[in-house]
Design a protein around this ligand. Structure first.
Ligand code: PLP
Length: 356
């Protein structure tokens, strides 16, 4: 249809839709969701809290109380402010929009989080992917060479990385921050911080070009869509100009404020998932032919013979994991499994044993 080609940008025509499989009736281990729900008492209290929300009013776009609570509970330095996003996906989109000068580039290790490349392309920027090493650790020398060659406006480092679970070396990240200098920003994406228990947030004052991005999604609140980013105030002021003024809706705001008062519940769930991660990794590595990569996140990346067939056999047993084998050559025969409850983990283990 010529109407479409007349008006839609060619780089959008080239994209395919972000595919989310229908997971009804499945044990859902594909999206790094927290499997636990709230207790009935907490659900009741939350319902009462939400019933008070003024749905007829626009949110107050300063989100001052929410920001204060986020800063207190998530260890953001007192001098640093935060920018809020409708999930960190929106923060990534905002940064791209703000930095998309003609010729500006975005750089990240690959395989990595797909939204970095996606958002760069949507904003009309070139994406430069720097392959990890075969053991899925960061190739620091290749990163430094690519930074020198491309002078990227934005460098993303997911800490730990998705879909590999790798926690890159602190010294490598420091060197990248210095190499980028004032020609670009380095976004350390700490989506899995509750499971990594390592962070660059306390180090913001050391680097003018460092931004730390987080989300409440993996902690157990994926449905409310809330991300936050901190860093140098002059940068945050620019990103604030790009932020849609009411991007955090009143229900998200009220739910987040309520849950931050009860954040111990979520912290306990994260601790349980960290423990389950160790148990699941140990059990998987005892299975013949299964290679388990080290993970600091709430998922495990494994390599199995004939991963494509194993994936299909798991589906037949109503278990949905993520088949990442086609994402990148380094991930050949790899599957990514979200760590879940002891019950779901053992359902998965049994199904996998029967599928190998
Ligand atoms: C899941 C994930 C996000 C997205 O988080 P939302 O806040 O749900 O948009 C960002 N970065 C990485 C590395 C992730 O894995």
């Amino acid at each position: 249809m010529s109407l479409i080609t007349n008006i839609i940008r060619p780089e959008i025509l080239d994209l395919s839709k972000y595919h989310v499989p229908d997971s009804t009736g499945f044990v859902k281990l594909d999206a790094m969701e927290n499997p636990y729900t709230l207790s009935p008492q907490l659900q009741q209290a939350l319902a009462q809290h939400l019933a008070q929300v003024a749905l007829n009013r626009y949110p107050v776009p300063s989100y001052a109380a929410l920001k204060t609570a986020l800063k207190q509970h998530f260890g953001i330095p007192a001098h640093n402010d935060v920018v809020l996003g409708n999930g960190s996906d929106e923060l990534i989109a905002m940064v791209s929009l703000a930095c998309a000068k003609p010729g500006a580039k975005v750089l990240a290790p690959i395989p990595g989080f797909v939204m970095y490349a996606m958002s760069a392309r949507l904003a009309g920027m070139e994406f430069v992917g720097v392959p990890l090493r075969a053991d899925l650790t960061l190739d620091k020398l290749a990163m430094l060479a690519a930074i020198a060659e491309h002078r990227p406006a934005i460098t993303y480092l997911a800490y730990p990385n998705n879909p590999t679970g790798t926690l890159f070396e602190v010294a490598d990240i420091e060197q990248i921050l210095h190499a980028v200098g004032d020609s670009g920003i380095v976004i350390v994406d700490e989506a899995y911080q509750p499971f990594a228990q390592a962070s660059f947030m306390p180090r913001l004052a050391e680097f003018d070009n460092l931004l730390v991005m987080r989300t409440v999604s993996k902690l157990g609140l994926a449905g409310i869509r809330l991300g936050y980013m901190s860093g140098n105030q002059a940068l945050l002021d620019e990103f604030e100009k790009v932020r849609p003024p009411y991007n955090i809706n009143v229900l998200t705001e009220a739910t987040a404020e309520f849950m931050l008062e009860h954040v111990a519940v979520l912290d306990l769930q994260a601790a349980q998932l960290r423990e389950q991660r160790s148990l699941l990794a140990a059990a998987l590595s005892r299975l013949p032919g299964v290679e388990v990569f080290p993970s600091a996140a709430n998922f495990l990346l494994i390599r199995v013979p004939q991963a494509e067939q194993v994936f299909v056999k798991l589906l037949k047993q109503k278990i949905l994991v993520k088949n990442v084998g086609k994402m990148h050559a380094l991930l050949e025969n790899c599957l990514r499994i979200t760590v879940s409850t002891p019950e779901e983990n053992s359902l998965f283990l049994d199904a996998l044993s029967a599928s190998l």
